[in-house]
Design a protein around this ligand. Structure first.
Ligand SMILES: NC(=O)c1ccc[n+]([C@@H]2O[C@H](COP(=O)([O-])OP(=O)(O)OC[C@H]3O[C@@H](n4cnc5c(N)ncnc54)[C@H](OP(=O)(O)O)[C@@H]3O)[C@@H](O)[C@H]2O)c1
Length: 364
């Protein structure tokens, strides 16, 4: 699994398959499908022993247990320096304290200190704002990231689950003031969730931000192990558990699952591998942050980049999963653009150094 990629416009090399550890631990919001330390260890071990270096957690996962477990697993494996250890902050850690939540400077500094303690390390390689709080000025967030880099608490900074305009503003502000840039944007992306392609992917490519795709298997629906049961699903896994908040699974989702099944069968590959391969090789994507509930699941998924999806199979997947194009964006397609730009004018006519806007679906 020695596929590494530079994360955004940076010198940081990350595995193209990151290990999501939202299910390490049995506390908090993710308790229903959480794994104990004993169950998590073989997953972690298999990942790092296969060459993986990109580990994703957050202070909020399993109420801090994910970070605590990871800290102990890393200490036992003795591989801290090899890892690109990533955590996130935002969620409230004390509902009675208004400054113990959100994106503000006070919470961010407290949150990073708490994460470092739980992880048993003195720095994070990558630190992300987890979710936009709709309040804190973007300048405050970028400045604080920069302070944390200078203080040696974090090496790189990024964002997750923010509006595209917010990410663009953060990156432009950082550039204008020579502050720490955003090297990644972690977003929901996969065959069943392609909304990010309209605005985020071209933005990321133009602004030097590497996309990281979360829940690239749709929480498991793209592994093919579930069957339709009325409005819900049956099958061995968390989506079959009525106690788990599951993503929306509608007729369109089943159509995508059907196409994936067909393509995977034709390629002689498990559906999960094809789904992961597809998203990792989409324009602007640096890595997919996938979870696993067992070493066996992970082992299969780690082979996801050992093959290429042939063009015709890719077209079948693209068409079956195509997101609806919002009205405005239909004006940025090559067909419409033929009316906007003189036919004789090509990108080659631009002065050297001009970075053309990347259209949705253009190559990576
Ligand atoms: N930034 C954010 O807001 C955000 C949000 C969500 C997640 N994340 C990150 O993304 C990571 C992945 O998220 P996720 O777990 O929701 O999504 P996922 O990677 O789409 O789904 C992972 C789940 O699918 C099932 N699975 C995986 N491989 C399988 C295989 N080969 N065969 C059968 N089942 C398989 C397992 O669940 P079962 O065994 O239960 O079926 C596994 O836990 C998280 O750990 C976290 O790091 C970030």
């Amino acid at each position: 699994m020695n596929h590494y990629y530079l994360l955004g416009r940076s010198g940081l090399r990350v595995s193209r398959l990151a290990l999501g550890t939202m299910n390490f631990g049995t506390g908090g919001w993710h308790a229903a499908y959480g794994k104990t330390e004993e169950e998590s260890e073989p997953i972690f071990r298999r990942y790092v022993e296969s060459g993986g270096n990109f580990i994703d957690t957050a202070d909020f996962y399993t109420a801090g247990e994910s970070e605590r477990i990871l800290g102990r697993l890393i200490a036992r494996a003795g591989n801290r320096d090899r890892l690109v250890l990533t955590s996130k902050y935002t969620n409230s850690v004390d509902p009675s304290d208004p400054n113990a939540s959100g994106n503000g400077r006070k919470h961010m500094i407290r949150a990073v200190e708490a994460s470092l303690k739980r992880l048993g390390t003195d720095h994070l390689d990558l630190y992300l704002l987890h979710t936009w709080d709709r309040i804190t000025p973007v300048e405050e967030v970028v400045r604080t990231f920069d302070d944390l880099v200078r203080a040696g608490k974090i090496r790189y900074a990024g964002l997750s689950d923010v509006p595209a305009w917010y990410a663009a503003r953060a990156q432009s502000y950082a550039e204008a003031h020579a502050l720490t840039p955003m090297v990644t944007l972690q977003l929901p992306y996969g065959l069943t969730m392609r909304d990010v392609e309209h605005e985020y992917a071209p933005m990321a490519q133009n602004l030097g931000i590497g996309l990281t795709a979360w829940s690239p298997l749709g929480g498991g629906i793209l592994t093919g192990k579930y069957q339709r049961a009325g409005q819900g699903v049956v099958g061995e896994g968390r989506l079959g558990d009525p106690g788990v908040a599951a993503p929306k699974i509608d007729d369109n989702t089943w159509r995508i699952v059907g196409a994936l099944e067909e393509v995977a069968e034709g390629l002689g590959r498990p559906m999960a591998q094809v789904a992961l391969n597809w998203v990792v090789t989409q324009p602007g994507v640096a890595s997919a942050v996938a979870g696993a509930s067992s070493e066996k699941q992970l082992a299969g998924n780690l082979a996801a980049l050992d093959f290429e999806i042939p063009a015709d199979a890719r077209r079948r997947l693209d068409e079956a999963s195509a997101p609806r194009t919002p009205q405005l964006y239909s004006m940025f397609t090559p067909e419409y653009q033929a009316m906007v730009v003189s036919p004789g004018l090509s990108i080659g006519d631009k002065p050297a150094g001009y970075a053309p806007p990347v259209l949705n679906g253009a190559g990576s």
